[in-house]
Write a protein that binds this ligand. Structure first.
Ligand code: SF4
Ligand code: FES
Length: 252
């Protein structure tokens, strides 16, 4: 590495569309080590555009670890090797000068590739639409403080609510299970009194939708928790299973 530059070599999955065969393409870039991973991809893309070639398509929005869209597999690990970090928060200084970095999209049947590193995560939206909300069918929304909630409980619910819906848990799981994502959403709402009236209907609908989307089952491997940029705990999956069992014996 020179003062303010380093060179990286990339092997990037390029795929022109969902039904087109993909392949790895090689690129090199001279970059500033303090750039983020996505800024590094911007540099590669500027070069490709100058050469009249198609830029590498990747998802991103906030670039602050908030939106969950930037996820891809970096050197075999969903969101890269740093724990609790999204791809947009990776910095190039965490790679070696001259290193070859392999970049692939999430691989799961329920997340079809749209193009290059971009996959369709609509299955997550459909799981949320099935019941991942509290119904307020008419009138203004209730005041935030209308129902008092203790700090321990709200902290616990917040830990589950921290899921950003990125899909790394699915990509990391050998079964491509969406249990950590779905479990986090169910746990968050099951803990809150506002979520109680729809508790049973919600878990039944969300788990059934998760299965219908073609995600695999959870077999307690734990790769989801290890890959999650928000460090969502496996406890959320246990809660989802308990909630589902409870819902089988109750009307709600
Ligand atoms: S549980 Fe973690 S890895 Fe899965 S979608 Fe939520 S934030 Fe991403
Ligand atoms: S771009 Fe939003 S989390 Fe990475």
């Amino acid at each position: 590495m020179h003062d303010n530059t380093m060179t990286v070599h990339l092997k990037v999955w390029r795929q022109a569309g969902p039904d087109v065969e993909g392949r790895f393409e090689s690129y090199s870039a001279e970059i500033n080590p303090h750039m983020s991973f996505l800024e590094m991809l911007d540099v590669v893309n500027e070069d490709l555009i100058k050469k009249g070639e198609m830029p590498i398509e990747f998802d991103n929005d906030c670039r602050e670890g908030i939106c969950g869209t930037c996820g891809c597999v970096v050197n075999g690990q969903a969101h890269g090797l740093e724990r609790g970090t999204t791809v947009c928060q990776l910095h190039m200084r965490s790679f070696r000068d001259g290193e070859t970095i392999v970049i692939e999209p999430w691989r799961a049947e329920a997340f079809p590739v749209i193009r290059d590193l971009v996959v369709d995560r609509g299955a997550f939206d459909r799981i949320i639409s099935a019941g991942g909300y509290v119904s307020v069918n008419t009138g203004p929304k209730p005041d935030a403080n209308a129902v008092k909630i203790g700090k321990d409980l709200s902290d616990k619910a917040f830990d589950s609510a921290a899921c950003i819906g990125c899909g790394a848990c699915v990509a990391a799981c050998p079964n491509a299970s969406a249990s950590l994502f779905t479990g986090a959403k169910i746990t968050q709402l099951a803990l809150m009194p506002q979520g109680a009236p729809e508790r049973g209907r919600r878990v039944r609908a969300m788990v059934d939708q998760m299965d219908a989307e073609g995600f695999g089952n959870c077999s307690n491997i734990g790769e989801c928790e290890a890959a999650c940029p928000k460090e969502i705990s496996l406890d959320n999956i246990a809660t989802m299973k308990r909630e589902y069992l409870r819902a089988m014996f109750t009307d709600n």
